[in-house]
Design a protein around this ligand. Structure first.
Ligand code: B16
Ligand code: MG
Length: 215
């Protein structure tokens, strides 16, 4: 049976993607690197370092310069997330968290972000989840299964007892590699590899998802 649900954060429970985008755009402009909203699509759910590598392309930088740029972008991002509040929870998120609690299902956050904790606190859901796995929890980022396996371990559950909600291709891949059930949020082209694909958390019910992930 399903005993736990692991939520990706950015793109699933809230939309901090816009803040990541603006921070990367500011850095790219300063560095005179080509970047725009379209190019940003490729960064969805991708780690900070991997995102920077995609932006710099074949331009060469020293490790110290790369490090400085990651810090600079993060400074812009941290500034932007100061105003995050419970209003920034995506439609359906709070209802689902409540529904899961009622059903006795454990919940965790499984986010690649090193800023996941402050964001979860500002969203006001820190007390509504049983564990938080973030960018500090494991060494290998998604699509490696490590982060979700860590989250399951924190919940005291086997991978097969967990469902992951993800909006990114790399995240769906990580969930499948972990041997978990995957619910993809967004277009087929992006999350079609998941067991269940939904447009968003809005108007979904746990009972309907549960039926589709249990044989
Ligand atoms: P940070 P998620 C991911 O969060 C974001 O989608 C991605 O854009 C970001 O680069 C990554 O976290 C790392 O974030 O720079 O704050 O450590 O989708 O896994 O919740
Ligand atoms: Mg995401």
């Amino acid at each position: 049976p399903i005993r736990g649900v692991i939520f990706d954060l950015d793109g699933v429970l809230t939309d901090t993607a816009e803040y990541h985008y603006r921070s990367w755009q500011r850095l790219a402009d300063e560095e005179e690197l080509p970047f725009d909203r379209d190019a940003n699509e490729a960064l969805r759910g991708v780690s900070r370092r991997e995102s920077l590598m995609l932006i710099v392309g074949d331009r060469t930088y020293s490790e110290a310069q790369l490090h400085e740029m990651m810090e600079r972008k993060n400074g812009y991002y941290v500034e932007l997330i100061q105003t995050v509040s419970p209003h920034d929870l995506l439609p359906g998120a709070l209802t689902l968290l409540e529904e899961l609690r009622q059903a006795g299902i454990k919940t965790a956050i499984g986010s690649a972000s090193k800023n996941a904790r402050p964001v979860v606190e500002k969203l006001g859901i820190a007390d509504q989840v049983d564990a938080i796995a973030d960018g500090y929890s494991v060494e290998h980022p998604k699509p490696a299964p490590d982060l979700f396996l860590f989250a399951a371990q924190e919940l005291g559950l086997d991978p097969g007892e967990c469902v992951v909600f993800e909006d990114a291709a790399a995240g769906v891949e990580a969930a499948l590699a972990a041997g978990m059930w995957a619910v993809g949020l967004g277009p087929e082209e992006r999350v079609g590899a998941a067991h269940v694909v939904l447009p968003s958390l809005a108007d979904m019910h746990w009972s309907a998802v549960q039926e589709r992930v249990q044989q």
